[in-house]
Write a protein that binds this ligand. Structure first.
Ligand code: ZN
Length: 333
């Protein structure tokens, strides 16, 4: 693994766990009907970091904090950014225009700013309950390959995570305890019965003509951001139930995804935005975790290996514990 001492992730999370103070109006520039901010304002706005701008390549710019150990890598023309080497997907590409490097305002407000300007987003809540949602089930198997069915892997993974979390005192709720198929709305309704909870939907991937591989984690698209893989629609401007947790969603995604990438050595496909039904409807911090591609022959073999699923469960449980530790430590302050 090229990176990722645990302490970096923890440091990153501490920065994420925070309330967004009212977003200061930066000078904005309109480009292709989107508002952008000039990245050159970073060092002067976030003075407490002492950011230094470094060119890592002709199209790659790093803002490295001299004081707080946070590196942000922007790639011009790309929606991929890296914060302490963990991959995040912006909603709009970074643009170079008239000698400036422009970041869309929505990415600034919903991703970068919560990381850099901490205050309390947790409102003093204590995480007690973890709701695990094994994808698919019953008559709906999800992806099928010659080793098995997605519904079986997600259930097996969820059961392993449940055992680990119960050992350390969490209440764990499964949206399906066995091989049944609750509808997506039923899964949301089950989740919303609980207080002080988080929600994690577990899936495995398919696609990319057998070549795609790796782990990706989805958090709900903020208002104004498209659903994954689709252009912006007018309905994307609506605020959904899950948007009440926008900042916590990113914190949870960062904790779980970071642990999975670090522990499993899988390709990092990044933290992405989507408007899946479960993410839209659940009122708790929520993510949808895609644990690898059943359509990729080598990853399919790993997913079919019970020991690999055990490691994955342990990474997910560790990510949840880390999220709890950091959010609660911060909120006690
Ligand atoms: Zn699935």
């Amino acid at each position: 693994m090229p990176y990722s001492p645990q302490k970096h992730l923890t440091a990153l999370l501490i920065f994420i766990i925070s309330v967004i103070p009212a977003f200061a109006e930066w000078d904005t520039i309109v480009h292709l009907n989107q508002k952008y901010v000039d990245a050159a304002q970073i060092p002067s706005f976030y003075k407490e970091y002492k950011f230094k701008k470094e060119y890592k390549a002709s199209n790659k710019i790093r803002y490295a904090s001299v004081l707080k150990g946070v590196n942000i890598d922007f790639i011009i023309g790309s929606q991929e950014i890296f914060i302490n080497n963990l991959k995040f997907h912006f909603s709009y590409p970074v643009v170079a225009k008239s000698g400036k490097i422009l970041i869309s305002q929505i990415d600034w407000v919903k991703l970068i700013h919560p990381i850099l300007r901490p205050s309390h987003i947790n409102n003093g809540r204590t995480l007690k309950t973890v709701i695990l949602d094994p994808g698919h089930g019953g008559y709906e198997p999800g992806t099928v390959n010659h080793y098995g069915q997605e519904k079986t892997y997600t259930l097996s993974l969820a059961r392993k995570v449940k055992v680990l979390l119960e050992k350390v005192g969490f209440k764990v709720v499964m949206t399906r305890p066995g091989d049944s198929y609750p509808s997506l709305q039923q899964r949301v309704a089950i989740a919303n019965r609980y207080q002080d909870a988080i929600f994690i939907s577990l899936h495995f991937n398919a696609g990319g003509a057998g070549r795609a591989d790796g782990i990706e984690t989805f958090s709900l698209s903020p208002p104004g951001v498209a659903h994954y893989g689709r252009g912006l629609k007018s309905s994307d401007l609506q605020i959904r139930t899950g948007n009440s947790q926008d900042y916590m969603n990113i914190a949870l995604a960062t904790a779980v995804h970071g642990q999975a990438i670090r522990k499993l050595g899988a390709k990092d496909r990044g933290i992405r935005r989507a408007r899946f039904t479960v993410l839209t409807g659940v009122r708790h911090p929520a993510i949808l975790f895609e644990g690898g591609f059943m359509s990729n022959s080598s990853e399919a073999r790993k997913i079919n290996d019970d020991r690999y699923l055990t490691s994955m469960a342990s990474a997910i449980a560790d990510g949840i514990i880390r999220y709890k530790t950091v959010t609660e430590k911060h909120s006690r302050r």
